[in-house]
Structures are given as C-alpha cells and as structure tokens.
Design a protein around this ligand. Structure first.
Ligand code: FE
Length: 236
C-alpha cells in the first residue's frame, strides 16, 4: 500500500485592508484545536464566524506585541471561546493568562508553537514558530522591519533579534509578518537575508542604527488609544 504522507496542519492568513494587518489561524485538522495570532477588534465578529465555520476549537489567542496601530480582540475571543490570552513575558500585560517566555511552547492538537523573544520594535515583541513558519509580528517585515522609535524600541536589540535569532532558522522557513503595505503575503529567511532593505545579512549594526534613527516617521494616529486598550487585551 502506498504511504500517504498527510499532515493535519492547517493554516489561514487573514488580511485587514484598513490597517494592512495580518491575522493568522493555525489548527490541527483532526482534533480541530487551534490558535489565532494577532486578531483585530474591528474584525472580531467576522473572524469568530470564520472560526465557527471551520469548527476550530480555539485554545490560545496570541498577541505578538502590544500594538500601537490597531486594537486586539483578545478579550472578546476569550469571552466567546474560553481560549487563553498569550503575550510575551516582557510585556507584563496583566490581562494575559499566559506570559510566555523565550523557548516555551503552546500545544494545539498534535502540533506546538514556540515563542521566540525578539525585542527591538517593542521591548516585549515575541515571534512564534510552528511547522516551517515564523510569525514575526513587526520584528521582521517583508523587505523591511518594524520601527524602533517608541514603546522602548531599540535598533540594537532589533538587529540582534533578527540576526542572532530569526536568521538562524533554515533558509526555506516561511516568514509571515504582522503587516504588509504593498500586497505581499509571505517571504522566506533566504529572501530576507538577501533582499531586506533595512536588515539584509550584510547590513552592519552601525548602518542599521543610522537607518532606523533617521526614518522620521509620523506617530501612528491611534497610538495613545491603541496601547491603552491593548494593555487591557482590547476591553475598555
Ligand atoms: Fe507594531
């Protein structure tokens, strides 16, 4: 009999056109246990309906960081599904059920997802790895990276997070970022090492710091409201 190598791993990428934010779903097709990553408040009803349609038994709601440009729907998902809210340890978000440390894993069905502490965009930024995929939040974007000029952002830490942690993953690892503003949906470690404009493999720390400190970006319109609400998991 032929061996059929079938994985039960399932993955969905959801895009919010207003904030150019990605939300992700990963789940086990057999047990239906799953995780949502970076859900957005405005899309809560739509995303909940989708989870119900897919018959996902939601275990965890993961926020890669305390966002400044949109509000999470973590607490709404917790109320609706009983799933646990997860933030990186360093965020010290009080409404989180789990403050996950570097290297710790969350299980869903026969799979697990691993937290990788990647400070720099914000102090508490955490990336997550499962099944050949890295969910990088705003740490590593496609051909770019998150800004480092607020929420204890630090270009030196971001440089080390990308170079000494994310770029050590196998070169065919898929990169799924927290945002994209140009219609791109996925990258790989090798692509970013070669072509990332801000932080390619050849970029020196000194040059990277200069780039990040001279971006001169406007402050996000929602920052005050968003950070305040996100520290409460999206519930006012
Ligand atoms: Fe961010």
């Amino acid at each position: 009999m032929d061996q059929i190598n079938k994985s039960n791993f399932e993955f969905r990428q959801i895009f919010d056109t207003k904030t150019c934010t990605f939300t992700y779903l990963v789940f086990d097709a057999e047990t239906r246990e799953g995780i949502i990553i970076d859900p957005i408040r405005e899309n809560f009803s739509k995303n909940l309906k989708y989870i119900e349609e897919l018959e996902i038994d939601l275990k965890y709601i993961v926020d890669t960081h305390v966002h400044a440009d949109h509000v999470t729907s973590s607490c709404f998902f917790k109320d609706a599904t009983g799933a646990k809210i997860v933030f990186g340890k360093i965020t010290e978000v009080k409404c989180a059920d789990i403050l996950i440390k570097d290297g710790e894993e969350l299980e869903f069905g026969s799979f697990s997802i691993r937290a990788i502490s990647t400070p720099g965009h914000t102090e508490g930024c955490t990336s997550f790895y499962t099944e050949g995929r890295l969910f990088t939040g705003d740490t590593l974007l496609i051909r770019s990276c998150g800004r480092t000029d607020f929420q204890n952002g630090d270009p030196v830490k971001l440089y080390e997070s990308v170079k000494k942690k994310l770029y050590l993953f196998p070169e065919d690892t898929l990169i799924y970022p927290g945002h994209d503003y140009s219609g791109r949906t996925v990258s790989t470690i090798i692509e970013e090492k070669k072509f990332n404009v801000r932080i390619s493999i050849n970029r020196t720390l000194k040059d990277f710091i200069l780039i990040m400190n001279t971006l001169d970006l406007p402050t996000p319109k929602m920052i005050d409201e968003a950070v305040k609400l996100n520290l409460k998991c999206g519930c006012s």
